[in-house]
Design a protein around this ligand. Structure first.
Ligand SMILES: [Ca+2]
Ligand SMILES: [Ca+2]
Ligand SMILES: [Ca+2]
Length: 162
């Protein structure tokens, strides 16, 4: 297992959880909780990732281009921003930050740097995202896990902004 730079780790940590302010609930749970019981099992997550990869692969050639990857992320980000009660200024700032990070993230996740994100590369990123969200490491992401993760990420982000 390759050790990532701290920046890469911080970026990977937010994969899939674009705007997770505590009062807005967990985007991660919202995205993957197929049976709507308020938590996400690993099976739900894996099924959701397979579906998302297929949906993101817009031209159906079996891998994700940077354009496909960032485009899918952008669509989800806009939905989250539309549902957010933040000010327009804050949303613009968040949008710029998140889209910049989405491009960086593609480069990080494309391990062999061939400009194509394969299902295997995508799955590796998903496994890390699930582990990041599952704060108590019991294999299920609950609202408590998500809240703890969001608090940790917010603290890290504020530290990075200073
Ligand atoms: Ca494709
Ligand atoms: Ca690749
Ligand atoms: Ca858990």
């Amino acid at each position: 297992m390759k050790i990532h730079l701290p920046l890469a780790v911080a970026l990977l940590g937010i994969a899939g959880t674009a705007v997770a302010a505590p009062h807005e609930g967990s985007a991660f749970i919202h995205d993957y909780d197929a049976d709507h019981d308020g938590q996400v099992t690993r099976a739900e997550f894996d099924a959701g990732r397979v579906a998302r990869f297929k949906a993101t692969d817009a031209n159906g050639d079996g891998w994700l281009s940077e354009e496909e990857y960032v485009g899918e992320y952008h669509a989800r980000l806009e939905q989250q921003l539309a549902a957010s009660d933040r000010s327009e200024d804050k949303k613009t700032e968040e949008r710029q930050r998140q889209m910049r990070q989405a491009h960086v993230r593609f480069g990080v996740l494309d391990k062999d740097k061939d400009g194509k994100m394969t299902q295997a590369e995508y799955d590796a990123s998903g496994a890390r995202a699930f582990a990041e969200q599952d704060n108590d490491k019991d294999g299920i992401v609950t609202a408590a896990d998500a809240a703890a993760t969001a608090a940790r990420q917010l603290a890290a982000r504020e530290k990075a902004d200073r």
